[in-house]
Design a protein around this ligand. Structure first.
Ligand code: NAD
Length: 419
């Protein structure tokens, strides 16, 4: 089994490059990042002592526009993972047809060990170290693991101080009151919903009769559950790091009630935690991996990468998988799904709603505009549906799996821009 996320992306890239008949020179130019930048980030602890941590930014490809991608504060940095995520961002922006390139970065630090004031000084320290590498026309970071809209606000403030002028377009994912965009907080799930709905039409799935299991009940998983529930789909299983909550009757659960209970009692895996929400006779607790074995129509991985592998792919009974997480399916599992005729909407399309609305945020900041929610959602819907249909056409005409079709679309657009 391939465990290296960069090797996985490279494998998909190579298949697309074969279809596009790219020569060796093109392949080499496309598969290596433009720059891997590393700086020491220095900030003051509450004790008055100075702390230095390792900061990094991978700028993958900017042929289509400025680099764009998240920043994470995490104690471990696996450079292969960062490179693969930066590559995915470049491809995602191309598939979404937005004028942005791909990047990813962060700092090697455990934010849970920092006070709020220390976190702020770290965020400002990161900007001081990387000021010359980033900027609204060069590289625009956004939140990722353990970096929130609040962190983006501190970063914009620091960037603006150094630049000598207020520059909200230097970062996206900001809070609404601080030049953020309407709908940004749920745009990844909303975009995923638009493409899932297109697929449901192609597969003749009636929402009221379609059952869905979602792995992960964080920002993306919860919002996907909420949006799908509102559209009439039956959410029959949700999970978090502690376990799975499964509605055995397949009547559908109310995601808002689950969230309320989870917030109050802190767990999701124990059916009894949901008390009044769920009739315990009909709800059951499963162990984490079991969510993929359930007899449901659609599976949505919305937590971690590499969760559907050669080991468990055979147990999947769903008709479709919608990748809201980044890289949840390994190439070996993909091959099994292709054989079993399980349609996978790949991450570089399924979860592109987040970066699309990030681009709208950047655009609004640049134009000094604020679009209302309907305008943001109308544009997001039009774009997601258009790209779904582009990928569907390649999938049908070339007889390739949807992921290969998405890579052919994304790589082809980057090559066109480089040419
Ligand atoms: P989050 O931190 O808000 O939520 C993650 C969820 O995953 C939590 O509910 C956590 O309990 C759960 N989880 C962790 N380990 C698990 C396990 N072993 N089994 C089941 N659940 C587990 O993160 P998020 O922002 O919702 O992101 C989720 C995924 O979506 C990530 O892969 C991320 O890269 C991807 N993504 C997010 C965005 C975005 O806009 N937030 C955009 C594109 C892609």
């Amino acid at each position: 089994m391939t465990n290296n996320p960069f090797a996985n992306v490279l494998q998909y890239f190579t298949t697309a490059a074969d279809h596009l008949e790219l020569d060796k020179t093109w392949r080499e130019r496309l598969q290596d990042p433009d720059r891997v930048i590393e700086h020491e980030v220095s900030f003051e602890l509450d004790s008055g002592k100075k702390k230095k941590v390792h900061g990094y930014r991978v700028q993958f490809n900017n042929a289509r526009g400025p680099y764009k991608g998240g920043l994470r504060f995490h104690p471990e940095v696996a450079i292969d993972e960062v490179k693969s995520l930066a590559f995915l961002m470049a491809l995602k922006c191309a598939v979404a047809d937005i004028p942005m390139g791909g990047g990813k970065g962060g700092a090697q630090v455990n934010p849970k060990e920092l006070s709020g004031a220390e976190l702020e000084r770290l965020a400002r320290g990161w900007v001081q170290a990387f000021y010359h590498d980033i900027g609204p026309d060069k590289d625009i970071p956004a939140p990722d693991v353990y970096t929130s809209p609040q962190v983006m606000t501190w970063m914009v403030d620091e960037y603006s101080k150094i630049a000598g002028t207020y520059t909200p377009s230097s970062f996206t994912g900001k809070p609404l009151g601080k030049d953020g965009s309407e709908a940004r907080d749920y745009s990844t799930s909303q975009g995923g919903f638009y493409v899932l709905r297109e697929l449901a039409r192609k597969l003749n799935l009636n929402p009221e009769k379609t059952t869905v299991a979602i792995q992960g009940f964080g920002n993306v998983g919860y919002n996907a559950a909420r949006i799908l529930n509102q559209a009439g789909y039956k959410i029959v299983a949700v999970s978090d790091s502690k376990g799975v909550l499964y509605d055995k009757r397949h009547q559908g659960m109310d995601p808002d009630n689950i969230r309320r209970q989870k917030e109050e009692k802190g767990v999701i895996g124990n059916a009894y935690c949901v008390g009044s929400v769920c009739d315990v006779e009909h709800y059951t607790e499963l162990s984490n991996g079991d969510i993929f074995k359930l007899d449901v129509d659609i599976i949505i991985p919305a937590a971690l990468g590499g969760v559907l592998t050669r080991e468990n792919a055979d147990t999947v009974r769903a008709k479709a998988i919608v990748e809201l997480a980044n890289g949840p399916v390994t190439p070996e599992a993909d091959a099994v799904f292709e054989k079993k005729n399980i349609f996978v909407i790949p991450d570089i399309l399924a979860n592109a709603g987040g970066v699309i609305v990030s681009y709208y945020e950047w655009f609004q900041n640049k134009q000094d505009e604020h679009w209302d929610e309907d305008r943001v959602l109308d544009q997001l819907k039009a774009n997601m549906v258009k790209q779904f249909n582009n990928i569907w056409t390649i999938h049908q005409s070339k007889g390739v799996p949807p992921r290969t079709a998405a890579y052919i679309l994304g790589v082809g657009r980057i090559v066109e821009a480089m040419q």
